[in-house]
Design a protein. Structure first.
Length: 89
């Protein structure tokens, strides 16, 4: 069975981006929520500071969408390559 690379990449990007958006929005409402997580991400994503502003939350969500999409694309490509190589005949 082969994975659709485009669909898997899109799904992974939406999942990771929406996760970051959700944590960021909850952090806006409850300032102590997810601060360690957002601080860790600010060390990975340039320009994202984990501050409690809507602009920073949206930037983090865009980074998550892009990062998740790239990770999903790589995962699906590697999976498809290995699935073709390890086929039982």
């Amino acid at each position: 069975m082969r994975l659709s690379v485009r669909c898997f990449a899109g799904s992974a990007g939406v999942l990771w981006g929406s996760g970051l958006l959700l944590v960021g929005l909850v952090n806006l409402a409850v300032p102590t929520y997810g601060t360690a997580f957002l601080s860790m991400l600010s060390s990975v994503y340039p320009g994202f500071h984990g501050s409690q502003t809507l602009g920073d939350v949206l930037l983090g969500a865009l980074y998550g969408l892009l990062d998740g999409g790239i990770a999903g694309l790589l995962f699906a490509c590697i999976y498809n390559a290995l699935a073709g190589c390890c086929k039982k005949t």
